[in-house]
Design a protein around this ligand. Structure first.
Ligand SMILES: NC(=O)c1ccc[n+]([C@@H]2O[C@H](COP(=O)([O-])OP(=O)(O)OC[C@H]3O[C@@H](n4cnc5c(N)ncnc54)[C@H](OP(=O)(O)O)[C@@H]3O)[C@@H](O)[C@H]2O)c1
Length: 234
């Protein structure tokens, strides 16, 4: 049984991660921001799941959350940086607020959580940090310049921190999924189900202590891949 912290655990991929891990008997501390009702339902359904409200766009809120976890003295074995925001717009059409939101939620928050929680993670016998990036870092899509840039920064941070932290026993994994159906599309034939991604993440968490899944891309074979199409058209 591991103690796992999941950000954005009440909705979408995060909810599927929390449910899959809870069913496997792990202890989960999860965060939510606006999905209060969903968080309460999950906490009522699974006695091993607790939720905390944190606005991960707010630096002081992150620091207060980290301080509480550190003060509790309980080790965290796994940190899953899942909370994120996708704004599908050309860079030119984004508001200043949207540009900053992308940076704050998709990059600054995971970086601050890793930074603040490292002392707690290091109390675990096999600490693991999982950052949910995206396949957008590998393709050139219009309308995704900002999202792809911050996810690239997150993937790069994960890679660079391996050099610094692996020698101290801290493992880091990047998960880069392609389209996951968190949009409520009925039975799409070309998207990953949130539960399928969650199972993959649980697999990464349950690997033997000496193994680290470095980078995992996950895609549905029916989903059109702009990178493959561009290659074929050459
Ligand atoms: N869906 C995809 O196709 C896909 C593909 C690749 C990667 N990803 C990545 O996977 C992760 C989850 O995506 P998703 O599809 O599940 O997204 P989603 O359904 O839009 O959920 C977003 C999550 O982020 C949390 N969040 C948003 N703003 C927040 C804030 N200010 N403070 C704290 N938490 C906040 C939300 O919490 P509340 O609901 O409580 O506000 C929610 O749990 C993201 O990092 C995303 O970039 C998604």
């Amino acid at each position: 049984m591991k103690h796992i912290l999941v950000t954005g655990g009440a909705k979408g991929i995060g909810k599927a991660i929390v449910e899959d891990l809870a069913k496997r008997g792990h202890k989960i501390t999860a965060t939510y921001h606006s999905s209060k009702e969903a968080a309460e339902k999950l906490a009522a359904k699974y006695p091993n799941v607790a939720f905390r409200q944190v606005n991960l766009e707010n630096r002081e809120a992150i620091q207060a959350f980290v301080a509480d976890i550190v003060a509790s003295g309980e080790p965290i074995d796994v940190l899953v940086n899942n909370a994120g925001l996708y704004v599908g717009k050309t860079f030119e059409k984004m508001t200043t607020e949207e540009v900053l939101q992308q940076i704050d939620l998709n990059f600054t928050a995971p970086a601050l959580l890793i930074h603040g929680l490292l002392p707690v993670l290091k109390k675990s016998k096999a600490p693991l940090i999982i950052n949910i990036s995206s396949q957008v870092v590998r393709v050139n899509l219009t309308d995704e310049a900002m999202y792809a840039s911050v996810k690239t920064a997150l993937s790069t941070l994960t890679q660079m921190l391996r050099a610094e932290l692996n020698p101290q026993g801290v493992r880091l994994a990047t998960i880069e999924p392609f389209g996951v159906n968190t949009y409520g599309i009925p039975e799409p034939s070309d998207m990953i189900k949130p539960e399928e991604l969650a199972q993959t993440i649980s697999m990464a968490i349950e690997l033997p202590d000496h193994l680290q899944l470095d980078n995992l891309g996950l895609s549905h074979i029916n989903q059109p891949r702009p990178d493959y199409l561009a290659w074929i058209e050459r």
